[in-house]
Design a protein around this ligand. Sequence first.
Ligand code: NDP
Ligand code: GDR
Length: 371
Amino acid sequence: MAKVALITGVTGQDGAYLSEFLLKKGYVVHGVKRRSSLFNTDRIDHLYQDPHVDNKNFFLHYGDLTDSTNLIRIIQETQPDEIYNLAAMSHVAVSFDTPEYTANADGIGTLRILEAIRLLGLTKKTRFYQASTSELYGLVQEVPQSEKTPFYPRSPYAVAKLYGYWITVNYREAYDIYACNGILFNHESPIRGETFVTRKITRAVARIGLGLQEKLFLGNLSAKRDWGHAKDYVEAMYLMLQQDKPEDFVVATGITTEVREFVRMAFNNIGVSIEFRGEGVEEKGYVVSCNNPDFKIDTDRCVVEVDPRYFRPTEVELLIGDPKKANDKLGWKPKYNLNMLVDDMMENDIKLMKKDKFLQDGGYKTLNYFE
Ligand code: NDP
Ligand code: GDR
């Protein structure tokens, strides 16, 4: 019998990669998607099968983490061996604007699933993965950050995820549920949401190179993140649910990089070398040289500026994870380094933006990207 997995947040970056990964392993995969006024299944359309054909192994259900009745019904109907709770309002900056909703979806949403497992008598059958986050560490207590580092969340998002973390630990201890927290550090990919900083950068650099955009406006250039590739990270989620006993794991590369450096790397990818001059909100990025005939950008042109609207009320300045436990116990090792990640994202965004350019050159209006 094939194993059955239920993935919340199936339409997101990780949901898409995890679905692909589990389907390849022979799982039957059920995903929870939200109703939206436009199609929201772009990232998983290649996996979706015609609902009129038999022998399907990928199913979608309408649902929302803020609705217990619907979660109970979906879990009852699907009887999953594994639940991956990836659904969340996942944007840190946006959580300052929508703190109550974020607490409801990201915090109480986790409780709703754990309660459903308990109420339906599935505590012995269903294994549970909670998408915890390096944002829990927040204000730096120690580096590198490991499973033992104390938490100090710095946003409504991180505080909501702190609840999700501890309720997962509590249900493991109180009801003997196989439940794990994956404390994942930032992971990116060509299908990363467009308003997270890496994707915002790779899209903008491709657009600037092709003459579709003048400048890239960013917030805190000095923030440091431990960036990995989402494809590697979903494998760690799966491995956590295959152990003899449930535990929590940090998943990270162990290398940290400034936002400013990520910008440089993305420009380098298209043969453009840039240099930052000035300080604070006055800091700007200028083109020093351009040695790619496909992308003509004048030397000394300003292509990056700081816009304080992207600053956060409280910031997480430095994240660097210690993945030793995941390396040793799960045998997990990432295949991508940061250079490979930037290349992968740039290749995808150059292709996408060439399509936009083709449309614009043909007289069609394309979207503006300001966020
Ligand atoms: P995305 O933002 O790409 O995806 C989030 C998913 O959650 C989307 O499918 C979204 O649906 C869905 N969702 C949002 N709110 C609800 C809700 N109320 N009910 C049901 N579904 C909802 O995030 P990622 O794939 O990057 O991240 C996956 C998880 O891992 C998230 O929980 C995130 O907080 C966490 N995480 C991510 C890290 C990263 O670097 N990517 C690092 C550490 C943790 P829709 O498509 O309709 O918006
Ligand atoms: P983060 O990711 O907050 O770490 O959360 P994000 O890419 O949004 O920010 C990373 C860092 O870049 C700085 N930054 C900017 N960020 C955005 N989005 N836009 C900008 O213009 C900009 N300029 C500078 C930010 O201030 C920050 O320091 C991600 C999410 O996926 C979470 O769900 C997840 O839990 C954590 O990673 C681990």
